[in-house]
Design a protein around this ligand. Structure first.
Ligand code: GLA
Length: 395
């Protein structure tokens, strides 16, 4: 979702339900009640960064912060969001406007192909997912919109169908060259579990994650429409084409193994070597991390997170100094591990710390951050939360 000036978000300690916020915004904007409200979560990715568009595994979990979409049938499309408070009248077939409404328009276009959308609607969107923080506010919006509008049309789409509509809306309509991780976890998230998603064959495996983790926001937001993510993606496609010269039939870069790295380093143009090194090592780390989590070995998981961050910093070059400092500080103060989560070039760091002193560790990180950058970062905790759902309309 593009960044826009947002009003103050609800307290992080006790987030207000996004469904209630969307319901109130709808009533205040359209002087009637919505007939449907649906919500979907943001996510943190524990590990498996930039692997999803290279056929590798990812290990995300849905967070307790959600985006809710309240909707009612109407003759035309009228949209409002608590991120900008303006009323937007949109025409579905007109060119996109490079603003948050594009994501809703993209979903409507994709739902049309399934005959699962009405001819028009009033829509109010409210979110407690920080925007532009690498926590997948856009997938929370597209998945919640797909659910709300398909229900409005009298259709019940499966979680897989909702994830697919949302992915197609972002990729084919809005033009973000993302993979399928964010929409998949927003649709399939489950309380108390992370999800090991093997993107090459679509396999989903739940991995229990009963504890809580912390998010430390760098306060620097990224925009994914254009820019660095699309550029890295092009480099990966170029590298795959080179690799196919000596590995005919290779479908994804993530199929290469760490043993292939020396040969790959000899054959690839030098600038393409570090991104491929990241993908290959990250693929191995992600599967190892899922195994460590399943075994309850948080020490091992933490080490893998830190290694993953180092690879993003040194190979993929998607970290920023603010995130590097948070990770280094987390480790120094006794966290199991920490890592920049999401696409990068800004965003937030996920911190995994022993429950007995996680608050102290996060306070120390905030202190180190303030000493270096002169401001206190937003920090909050979350547990693994459910994916998309219909909400009951508050009385
Ligand atoms: C963004 C994309 C995801 C994924 C991550 C990086 O969040 O939307 O599909 O590629 O970046 O892991």
């Amino acid at each position: 979702m593009p960044q826009s000036p947002s009003r103050e978000k609800p307290s992080t300690a006790n987030p207000v339900s996004s469904a209630r916020l969307a319901n109130s915004l709808f009533a205040a904007s359209f002087a009637t009640r919505p007939s449907v409200i649906a919500s979907a979560p943001g996510r943190v990715n524990l590990i498996g960064e930039h692997t999803d568009y290279n056929g590798g595994p990812v290990l995300p979990l849905a967070i307790e912060r959600r985006t809710a979409v309240a909707a009612q049938l109407a003759d035309r499309w009228t949209l409002i969001s608590d991120t900008d408070d303006s009323i937007h009248h949109v025409q579905i077939d007109e060119p996109l406007r490079h603003q948050w409404t594009d994501y809703v328009v993209g979903v409507v276009r994709e739902l049309r192909g399934l005959r699962a959308v009405p001819a028009g609607g009033h829509i109010a969107v409210a979110t407690t997912v920080p925007i532009g923080a690498g926590l997948s506010s856009s997938a929370a919006l597209t998945v919640a919109t797909a659910k709300a509008l398909s229900l409005l049309a009298g259709k019940r789409l499966s979680a897989a169908a909702l994830a697919d509509v949302a992915f197609r809306a972002e990729y084919h309509q809005v033009g973000v060259r993302c993979g399928r991780m964010d929409q998949t976890i927003a649709a399939h998230g489950e309380r108390g579990s992370a999800l090991l998603f093997e993107t090459a064959d679509g396999t989903l495996q739940r991995v229990p994650f009963p504890g809580r983790l912390w998010v430390v926001e760098t306060g620097l937001s990224h925009r994914l429409t254009g820019g660095s993510l699309n550029q890295r993606r092009r480099e990966c496609e170029e590298a795959l084409a080179f690799c196919r010269d000596w590995r005919p039939g290779l479908r994804h870069l993530a199929q290469l193994s760490p043993d292939d790295l020396p040969e790959m380093a000899r054959r690839l143009p030098p600038p393409l070597v570090p991104p491929v090194r990241h993908l290959v090592t990250e693929t191995a780390r992600t599967r190892a991390a899922a195994a460590a989590l399943a075994a309850g070995d948080l020490v091992r998981l933490g080490l893998l997170l830190v290694e993953g961050h180092a690879s993003l910093r040194d190979n993929y070059e998607s970290t920023i100094p603010e995130a590097d400092l948070i990770v280094e500080s987390a480790v120094r103060h006794g966290a199991y591990g920490a890592r920049l989560t999401g696409a990068g070039w800004g965003g937030a760091v996920v911190v995994l710390a022993p429950a007995s002193h996680d608050r102290r560790i996060v306070a120390e990180i905030a202190g180190d951050f303030q000493a270096r950058f002169g401001r206190i970062p937003d920090t909050w905790s979350t547990r693994a939360a459910p994916g998309v759902r219909r909400e009951t309309i508050p009385a």
